[in-house]
Design a protein around this ligand. Structure first.
Ligand code: GLY
Length: 660
């Protein structure tokens, strides 16, 4: 049974799941980047599946179940902590004005299973005095409710703390470290943290760690205060109008929300946003115009394309997803916590979870083919050839290749050397789908063949240059050439390019790198602010030392440069992959796509292939093949290969088959 669980995200969802799992006996850690930034603080706390007019059947059911858990769930938390959550079964009144649709249209949105009552003009004004003159009727949803969301997250935090959940605030998770269909750790700003199981509950920021279609949808809000001169609370239920809601708290605060803006993570309140809210609120409940303003704020709802959450299994067997709750995060916290805890702790998957599986958001290969048109690489004949590019959607979500904070979709790097012509080089780079091309600084300086017009030969606004120190025999030379490489990148318009592929190669016959010179040069270049990608023999100890001095990757060779001998150093590369916390780029020696694929299958993060492409009879076709092989190998690695067995195992087992 899974015991040690790491939850990424310290908002209402992460905390609710943490408390639930802890109560069931798990060891739980929560990593929180910034407790105050969570959408949970920005929300209004409405528990409003009816007023929100949710139409998706499974979603409605999820929301209703969650709303019905609220009384007991908050009571339990309050008992644990002695604190108040502000849960209030106050009901929600949804006034309708002349402009907003007919009564029939409204009625269609409501189903018998959650009660809703129509109040005509007289009834609604009697029931709720003080409504705007334009209100002609409205719906009363007695089962909708509210909770003081800010109090709730404080209570959850305190409950988690008192139960012994390890809460770490101020920790940024930078990457999920994945190996063979498993998460093996999370890279944070304070180092790697490991657990047996992981939960991703990072709301609008989910996309930073996995390619999930979660986008921020900004909401601006404000609150006013009922003046002390007004003795009795004028509002004792939520008012839910057209694009406006008014949520009265028992402590005399009244929350007014919320805009819904597709502006990414653009912070701050704006005059336009606040004006819209104030106009809408005053129209609905005019006496608010005299109340003192308390506070303005904003937050980011985690929106998915179908506005439904992403819950349950992920592409990694030990990673569970709980994100994308959009407008209903506070409402859905108790049911999400219960279903996710059942899923992780009891291996019990509620039938509802399948509706919220992440795969619904992936483009299906059948409807959106993984084949895209790429450059023509046939010999002179103009035609578009279908090529799988690494930009195509994969049936498994994958994180980008991230080197020194810069992300790349392609995991194949190429070079510019050894081509028979500039044309061939250009076509090959294009066909390879690569985003990083390494360039020998010395060859550019000496205008070696093929390097005279490199500035114009490739589109450096799309391709990231990786200057290399090929031809340097000592650490000192390599350091000097690396500095020139940085200038070269600047001249090509890559002002922020601090990358260098470090090669220190004294021996000309085998072109084997000098480990001591490489380590010395790496130390110095890291100090000078370079992102160092050292080319090394496949030596696991050296790889570790280079990582420790701050190198951005390690680039072990598979066989001598340009030899095309394939994966000669495989066993050591495997050890390097197993131990590395930086990307492992297999460089040199790969001669055929099958070898490229094999290296990726084993978990290499990327490949650098030059000679095998440049010296092929048709370099562009080989570049495309290497691209396919890299993507295939990566996909296989993420999918996790079947275990190797000593004996045959029938494809159609006899148990459970029909026998005559
Ligand atoms: N749940 C209300 C909102 O997201 O604005």
């Amino acid at each position: 049974m899974t015991r040690d669980i790491l939850i990424i995200g310290g908002g209402v969802m992460g905390l609710a799941i943490a408390v639930e799992l802890k109560l069931r006996g798990a060891k739980v850690t929560v990593l929180c980047r910034d407790f105050q930034a969570a959408a949970s603080h920005a929300a209004a706390g409405m528990l409003a599946p009816d007023a929100e007019k949710i139409t998706d059947t499974a979603m409605k059911s999820l929301c209703w179940r969650s709303r019905s858990l609220y009384p007991d769930w908050t009571a339990k938390l309050e008992e644990l902590t002695g604190l108040n959550t502000g849960y209030w079964a106050c009901g929600i009144l949804a006034p309708v004005d002349q402009q907003s649709g007919s009564r029939e249209a409204e009625a269609q949105g409501n189903k018998e299973d959650s009660p809703a009552y129509w109040l005509d003009q007289t009834a609604i004004h009697q029931y709720q005095p003080g409504l705007g003159a334009e209100v002609v009727g409205g719906w009363w949803y007695p089962e909708d409710a509210q909770v003081d969301n800010r109090a709730l997250v404080r209570v959850l935090w305190s409950a988690a703390e008192s139960l012994g959940v390890e809460l770490k605030d101020g920790i940024t998770v930078e990457a999920l470290l994945q190996r063979q269909g498993q998460v093996v750790g999370v890279q944070t700003n304070t180092g790697v943290i490991r657990a047996e199981h992981y939960v991703l509950a990072t709301g609008a920021w989910a996309n930073d760690l996995l390619p999930l279609p979660v986008q921020p949808r900004k909401g601006q809000m404000l609150s006013v205060r009922v003046p002390e001169s007004v003795t009795e609370l004028p509002l004792k239920r939520v008012l839910f109008g057209d694009n406006i809601y008014i949520v009265p708290r028992r402590n005399r605060s009244i929350i007014i929300g919320a805009t819904s803006e597709d502006v990414g993570f653009t912070p701050h309140n704006t005059p336009a946003g606040i004006q819209t809210l104030l106009q809408g609120a005053i129209r609905l409940y005019p006496q608010l115009q005299h109340y003192p303003i308390e506070q303005f704020w904003w937050g980011y709802r985690p929106a998915t394309p179908d506005e439904l959450p992403i819950l349950g299994a992920s592409h990694c067997s030990n990673l569970t997803l709980a994100t994308g709750h959009y407008r209903n995060g506070i409402l859905l916290a108790p049911i999400t916590a219960a279903l996710i805890a059942d899923f992780i702790w009891e291996q019990k998957s509620d039938p509802l979870l399948s509706h919220f599986h992440y795969s619904r958001c992936q483009q299906q290969p059948s409807t959106s083919p993984m084949f895209t048109h790429s450059a023509n690489f046939s010999n002179g004949h103009s035609q578009l050839t279908p090529v799988l590019t690494s930009h195509s959607p994969l049936p498994i979500p994958d994180s980008p290749l991230t080197i020194a904070g810069k992300s790349f979709h392609s995991r194949l790097m190429t070079g510019t050397g050894k081509y028979r012509s500039i044309d061939e080089m250009q076509q090959s780079v294009e066909a390879s789908g690569c985003q990083i091309v390494t360039v020998a600084v010395r060859r550019v300086q000496t205008k070696a063949p093929g390097h005279e017009s490199l500035a114009e030969a490739l589109d450096w606004s799309k391709i990231w240059m990786l200057p290399n120190t090929a031809g340097c025999q000592t650490a000192e030379e390599a350091i000097r050439v690396a500095r020139l490489g940085r200038e070269m990148a600047k001249l090509l318009g890559q002002e922020d390019n601090n990358f260098v592929k470090l090669e220190v190669i004294p021996d000309q016959k085998y072109l084997l790198p000098d480990p001591i010179g490489t380590l010395q040069a790496a130390e110095q270049l890291v100090k000078e602010g370079f992102a160092v990608l050292p080319y090394i023999n496949a030596d696991p100890m050296l790889a570790k030392r280079l990582e420790e001095v701050g190198c951005a990757t390690v680039m072990p060779l598979a066989a001598p440069i340009g030899s095309g001998q394939g994966l000669k150093t495989l066993a050591n590369i495997q050890i390097i992959i197993e131990n590395a916390n930086v990307p492992v780029v297999v460089d040199a020696g790969i001669g055929a796509p099958s070898e490229a694929s094999q290296a990726m299958e084993l978990g290499a993060d990327a490949l650098l292939i030059n000679s095998a492409i440049a010296l092929a009879q048709n370099p562009a076709a080989m570049a495309a093949a290497m691209n396919l092989a890299t993507v295939a190998g990566r996909l296989a690695y993420l999918a996790g290969r079947m275990p190797i067995k000593s004996y045959a195992s029938a494809s159609s087992p006899l148990t459970g088959t029909i026998s005559s």
